[in-house]
Design a protein around this ligand. Structure first.
Ligand SMILES: Cc1cc2nc3c(=O)[nH]c(=O)nc-3n(C[C@H](O)[C@H](O)[C@H](O)COP(=O)(O)OP(=O)(O)OC[C@H]3O[C@@H](n4cnc5c(N)ncnc54)[C@H](O)[C@@H]3O)c2cc1C
Length: 488
């Protein structure tokens, strides 16, 4: 039986592996000229810039995909542990090293705010309890009926998942800087810490439990590893193959047709592309009673990102691999991004310095970085054509003044992306960087289902499906897929 996978993000690649294991003949159609989706790469002037994800967590989810096809992951890629996981630097000059080891993290909490040590212990225990339910029991379970939602409701109430991440953290922690440290992580999956359900505190325990890693050679080396694995196991991979139409006959998918007219007959189609676009733009509306254009319009999209990638001829050995640079405002800035949807004058940034761990990503004596700024999605009316240069310069000068002295004079190459990249290049509705927003109204049963309710033999994986964005999320979505798709 022929399975066509549309899109080659981590979710699409993992789905392809699981479909091969199930006996399907797999074809991957990727619109771009490279695999990986958000985990793409920019190579420029001897520098390798991972475009997207760099924080690798829950490595077992990656290893098991290679093992599933009887291959040893060690023959394909190497994961390097990162310590500290993140360094968080505050506007007042103080900083916090977020690490996995219990004694060390308690020590670091004590250094910043001795009164919060006991509170952190309780917070970590609460995060672990949430993890035991929200991750261990539910991350790879299908949420395809309302009853599946009712079953977990008592646990959600007991674990206070009706509170936001920030509000639950604040129950245990008094120091505002530590409240930020333990609540910013939902931003990594596109959620507003002030609103997102506290289920997402499980990320904290997931990192403490399994650690944080970086792929030797960058995340792009992991995408290449998947490509090697899939080709070896017989997958057909087509790049520059943007699917424009899915044809349906007798309520069931029949074929995928690319923008340049290539036709791929399919017994099943698994889409890793944005489901809003797939339903609205690729499938005739007469086949869609559940996903009407109006319903799709009502989906709320996650935030977007402005990311600048740059190389320097100066070394900055004091900068940690992963640094979060907190600006002067937290709540106010989040409100500008998520509610008011305006480009703020200040920013909080994530700075990635991969040469701290793997010098091969830059020419000798050079460093490579990326700086990421959460910004409103294209529901905001920011004219990025006009705004981008000034915004980038503002970020570079702020970094030069506060964290990377001499940056502007020592920069030898750079490239950047705006929300337009997510909307046009990655074909994501409203330029959302993480798919639909992970609000309660759009989580679990209320997220896009892995099995289409409208069209038979149409399936979805990736950030828009349960459990959501982030590499562990999309790899788990492929595990859900495996449970709902028939063996052939
Ligand atoms: C800058 C950035 C940093 C991040 N950092 C981290 C991190 O450190 N750790 C972490 O765990 N997560 C991180 N994330 C989140 C994580 O990268 C994503 O949630 C995840 O990679 C999304 O995977 P996906 O399976 O949903 O597919 P995507 O990566 O969204 O890929 C979808 C693919 O479908 C293709 N496609 C779309 N339409 C079509 C079409 N019509 N025809 C053919 N192909 C099509 C696209 O070209 C793309 O290749 C980050 C995200 C971003 C943007």
């Amino acid at each position: 039986m022929k399975a066509t996978v549309i899109g080659s993000g981590f979710g699409g690649l993992a789905a392809a592996v699981r479909l091969i294991k199930k006996g399907y003949e797999v074809t991957i159609l990727e619109a771009r000229d490279q695999l990986g989706g958000r985990a793409g790469v920019f190579k420029q002037d001897g520098f390798t810039f991972d475009a997207g994800p760099t924080v690798i967590t829950a490595p077992y989810l990656i290893n098991e995909l290679f093992e599933l096809l009887d291959e040893d992951p060690k023959d394909y890629f190497k994961l390097l542990p990162i310590d500290p996981f993140y360094r968080i630097r505050f506007d007042d000059g103080s900083s916090f090293d977020y690490v996995g080891d219990e004694d060390r993290i308690l020590e670091n909490v004590a250094k910043l705010s001795p009164q919060d040590v006991d509170g952190y212990r309780k917070l970590a225990k609460h995060a672990q309890d949430i993890f035991d339910v929200g991750y261990t029991r539910l991350a790879d379970e299908p949420f395809d009926s309302l009853s599946s939602m009712f079953r977990v409701a008592p646990d959600m109430i007991r674990l206070q998942n009706y509170k936001s991440v920030y509000s639950l953290v604040s129950k245990y922690i008094k120091d505002e800087r530590l409240r930020q440290v333990f609540s910013f992580e939902p931003l990594l999956v596109g959620g507003n810490p002030m609103k997102i359900t506290s289920i997402y505190l499980l990320i904290h325990w997931l990192e403490r439990k399994w650690g944080v890693f970086f792929v030797e050679g960058g995340t792009t080396a992991l995408i290449s590893a998947f490509e090697r694995l899939l080709r070896k196991k017989g997958a057909h991979i087509h790049m520059n193959a943007s699917v424009e139409r899915i044809e349906v006959e007798n309520h069931s998918v029949k074929r995928a047709i690319t923008a340049d007219g290539r036709i791929f007959e399919s017994d099943v189609i698994v889409s890793n592309a944005d489901p809003v676009r797939v339903y609205r733009d690729m499938i005739d509306n007469k086949h869609r009673s559940k996903h009407s254009d109006l319903r799709l319009k009502m989906k709320s999209q996650s935030m977007s990102l402005f990311v600048a990638y740059f190389g320097t001829k100066k070394l900055y050995p004091d900068i940690a691999h992963h640094t979060v640079l907190m600006g002067p405002r937290y709540k106010g800035l989040l409100s500008d991004i998520f509610d008011r949807k305006v480009l703020a004058d200040d920013f909080s940034l994530y700075l990635h310095a991969p040469t701290r761990t793997d010098a091969s990503l830059a020419p000798p004596g050079h460093e490579c970085f990326y700086v990421l700024s959460p910004v409103p999605n294209n529901d905001g009316k920011i004219d990025w054509e006009k705004a981008q240069q000034e915004y980038k310069d503002r970020i570079y000068h702020w970094l030069d003044k506060n964290y990377l002295p001499g940056l502007v004079d020592n920069m030898v190459t750079d490239v950047h992306v705006t929300p337009q990249y997510f909307e046009k290049e990655l074909q994501s509705e409203k330029g959302a960087a993480f798919g639909i927003e992970p609000s309660f109204r759009q989580s679990a049963y209320f997220r896009f289902h892995n099995e289409s309710e409208d069209v038979d033999k149409l399936y979805f994986v990736g950030a828009n499906t349960h459990p959501g964005a982030g590499i562990p999320g999309v790899l788990n979505s492929a595990k859900v897929l495996e449970k709902v798709i028939p063996r052939c």
